[in-house]
Design a protein around this ligand. Sequence first.
Ligand SMILES: Nc1ncnc2c1ncn2[C@@H]1O[C@H](COP(=O)(O)OP(=O)(O)OP(=O)(O)O)[C@@H](O)[C@H]1O
Length: 829
Amino acid sequence: MAKKGSNTLFQGFDYSRKMEVTGILIMAISVLLLLSIASYHPDDYAIVQSISYDSLLQVDQGPALRVNNWLGVFGAYISYFFVSTLFGYVSILIPVIIFSIGWIVLRQESISEMAWTVAYGLWMIFLLSTTAGWFYNRYEAYSAAWSGNSGIYFSSILQNLTGIGSIIILFVLLFVSLFILIDRDIQKSIDRIQGWSPNFSLDFLNRLKPQKKDSPQPQSQTQTQPTTRVERQRRAEEAQKNSSQQREEERRERTIDEIVEQSQERDRKRELERKKESADLENKPPRAVLERATDSEVDPNSEDNDVEISVIVGEGDEEASAKELDRKNKQKAKEVPVIKYKFPQVDLLDSPPNEGNDVDLEEIKINKKIILEKLKRHKIEILSINAIVGPTVTLYEIEPAPDVKISKIQSYANDLKMATAAHGLRIMAPIPGRSAVGIEVPNKTRETVYIKTVLNTKKFVETEFALPIALGKTIENEVYMVDLNKMPHLLIAGATGSGKTVGINTIITCLLYKCHPDDLKFVLIDPKKIELSLYRNIQNHFLAFLPGSEEPIITDTDTALETLQSITKEMDERYDLLKMAMVRDIKAYNKKFDNDELDEELGHRHLPYIVVVIDELADLMMTAGKQIEEPIARIAQLARAVGIHLVVATQRPSVNVITGTIKANFPARMAYQVASKVDSRTILDTGGADQLVGSGDMLFSNGAGMTRIQNAYVSTTEVEKITSYIGNQKGYKKPFHLPVIEEEEPGIPDPLDEIDELFKEAAKLVVLHQQGSVSLLQRKLKIGYNRAGRIIDQLYNAEVVGPFQGSTARDVKISEEEELDEIFDELGI
Ligand SMILES: Nc1ncnc2c1ncn2[C@@H]1O[C@H](COP(=O)(O)OP(=O)(O)OP(=O)(O)O)[C@@H](O)[C@H]1O
């Protein structure tokens, strides 16, 4: 239930402002405390003892002036209490803890965060002062003020009980506590320590062994090394920046018009960030040089033997420690007590075979030779050539001599294609943001990117994305991860057999491994009738469908149309709820709802994200055309703030399936191999997808650059295992139903006796405020969402208000009360 505002000093302040003020006050108190402890002086207490209360109130306070503490008599008392009586100088951590509490309150972070900070801080204060007390007791090396009386007291007891063992106990506790601070999770700390031991013994053994020169590094070693620290730090900083920006935005309240406007603004910002990010990626230094080979190794007589080739294998993302994802998920499930739910475990997924994927140096050298020979024949001089070996293709990065025009290389692209005889060769001249030319040549043996290897990475396990999707691996072997929540919709195209269904399964699997059923529902539309049928198992947990529908996976066009219309209704309802709650998006809304700030009686409810998957748009477009396009376009335009996202796939990327309206509203696109350049242009606005090699080889475009990715592979058996694992659990008592749509006909079809008692009052209110909104009626008439919605429908039927218009209130068609009376007369009320 929402908390009602009381008649206090704070009335008029909303919850957020109150928290901010409280946070600042707490922080101010902590600063005062810090100053008083920092300026503690042992003589002060004796001075303040000698001051009488009366003299404190006199202007000429002789003895008080002798107090050394920066905060005068008050500071002297306080610092004496904390430093001398309690924990010594270690007490300085107390204002630090109080400051953190103030900060947590100010930023409105979770209570558990606060409890953790307080408990950990107090424990450390106790431990440090007892340790200081131990040394004071034993050696009296420094003043007792370092440990305070309590430190001396506890260390004496410990020494009496355990003798010299007491210092070992203290050090072990300190050591463990510091680890907990780093990881906040004992299991993680244990994993970390476990991780040290084999590395340590390996290092040790390696040092003992004589060093073998020139032995090639096994690929698997280079691939499992962590990404650089700078990179990790950059990402951590970015994540922090993003989350604090988000929090800052969440606190602002605004109307729905602003919401749409601001979400467009955020889109623009995000696009700029993405552009910057992709530029950063392009400029990243290569990470693992597998081998340098001069041309002389290929052909000793070659004249190109001054050009070296560096073969680079991306190191890949850092693996998460064993069971980390499962542990985190277990914790997440505990936090949602609505149902007892166990997330699918990582063990359900297949592990990649251990044989590794050896880099074929011979193949690389041959390709290099062909490329260089061709360029030489056209008198194009080059400075260097790198080969970056990805799972599906190898990218040859060629740096031409300064006087060579890059466009010249581009003009010989076809010649090169013929020379390498490689289908799927793609030329980037230049590589975006660089003065180099890239030639992607498919590898003769491809590496399958198993989904387990992308899910079990720190990147995926630790992501804060609301709807994270680890699509697969880039050419640099990095896991490519996106947030569906930010995209906010995804268009997928590819010829038959190119890997779309596997791609959709990858997306759903990623979400199932990260999202609780309370926070996510899928609407699955599968006109092909087989592809998505595997997900029937999870209907009690994750599927949303129309009430009365026997089949949770929608396969016929009529139901698909009805379902999409119902989703637009759900979207409109959600907009109204957000408007009433005065928040800008579903995340902020759910936060308010979970904090009991929203009244269920007014129709408020927890809103899960809804991901609508359509596998084969073409089938729907062929049978229902414009009718189906309309709700899709509406959802795509508006639904992002209310947590509804579309994933639409087609094998026929022609303009009558991917129409201009649909395309304009789907900035994120995924293209698998397509039959022609025209198809590629329809989906990506440029060629390239026609040069892909199938089986999950794809180009991902988010409006700011394009990335070639090998889609992670999830087999049907794996999907079956995951869905059965979830399906065998009890689930919700009733499935998640989408709203029923009633036909709205203008006129006054409602029989007289069904007109709401509050109809007249509502009509007057609407005319008075010139605003036809459900939330206005809810507020003024103190009625629930459903009733207010019904009255608005009746006002529409009585032609008092106009039709529904999405995020803005309905127009009011009547301006004078007299006109209203006429309508009342007509209705006989
Ligand atoms: N990411 C991948 N890694 C390895 N192999 C893949 C991958 N994606 C697809 N394949 C292979 O390609 C085959 C066809 O894939 P998929 O069924 O996803 O194609 P599709 O585009 O959905 O085809 P259709 O439109 O006919 O349903 C799969 O059975 C699998 O063998």
